[in-house]
Design a protein around this ligand. Sequence first.
Ligand SMILES: Cc1cc2nc3c(=O)[nH]c(=O)nc-3n(C[C@H](O)[C@H](O)[C@H](O)COP(=O)(O)O)c2cc1C
Length: 351
Amino acid sequence: MFTPVPPLRIGSFEPASPLLLAPIAGYCDLAYRLVVRSVPGYQGHATLGLACTDLLCPQALLRETDKSLWLAATCPEDSPVCMQLYGRHPDTLAQAALWAVEHGATTVDLNMGCPVDKVTKKNGGSKLLTEPCLAIEIVQTLARTLRPHTVPLTVKIRLGWDENSLVSSDLVPKLADSGISALIVHGRTTVQKFRGEVSHSGILRVVEAVKRHHPEVAVIGNGDVKSPYDARLMIDKTGCDGVMIGREALRRPWIFREANFYMSTGTLPPPLTRRARAQLVLDHFENVVRLRDERVALNTIRSRMSWYSAHIQPWPTLRRDVQKLRSANEFRDFWAAGVERYIEPEPVSAA
Ligand SMILES: Cc1cc2nc3c(=O)[nH]c(=O)nc-3n(C[C@H](O)[C@H](O)[C@H](O)COP(=O)(O)O)c2cc1C
């Protein structure tokens, strides 16, 4: 028998759906998050529960560099939003967390999962998994800082640095004891990067370790969720409370509409029409023009077409043709002509 997924709770925050958009550096900026949020839910069901900024460098944030201000940019329509910080200096991270609160963060996340050398060589990201004392000091400092503001703290981890140093039995219970409201777990180790399969049993062990003494701390499962079924499977196999989706949302920003409807009803909504999908691509482009400029918008749409195009097809030579466009108006004309030529009109619904 089908049972709906219970509502997710992250401390004092109750997201409208148990689905989160992952931080993906270079991709999940404000322009893109607004696209994801613009997809309407089906029959009143919510789509996305929470979206996350890319990882933010605390020092750059506090200096308010142009780049970090763009990475942290948000607006009222981009709510609720999680701001993700990385680093290894508890006091600087605490100041950056306050900055995040003042600038609209619904939740603050500490990145303890990033495997990229640039981050781990500075001992941030998933390097913290190998330094439990420092990790706990940072988390306790952040939790203390955020508590008076009732902004929940979350931590995003991997299963461990490698197979021989999984964190479920030691670090995870300590994190759960340190004032976090949720733990987000990508079911791979750091050395795996993105290779191999996500381990549901590894995430299950994290869920068990958290829930043993802290049933109130939510666990969000993450990794390789490519469909509504995968999202449900993540919950059924691991007992986690919510699901974070990354790369598949770059291909189809409407996955949250389908997955949350499926989580609640066990059935799928009618697919978003190709016209509606194409409109989302155009909206993404226009968001970047409005929030950045024409040059950035063209670069963005050129690089994002490899993610979007599979769900817009058939549209011959789409990816190649987009590379040739030189101005916003050229893109707009190209898009309007292509939609007219290759995409069937919206069906007229009976009154
Ligand atoms: C290009 C790229 C950039 C990423 N950037 C971040 C990041 O800034 N912070 C973070 O916590 N995880 C980051 N991740 C990891 C994702 O949030 C997510 O954990 C991972 O992609 C697995 O989920 P998925 O299979 O749904 O994509 C990144 C992943 C990719 C592919």
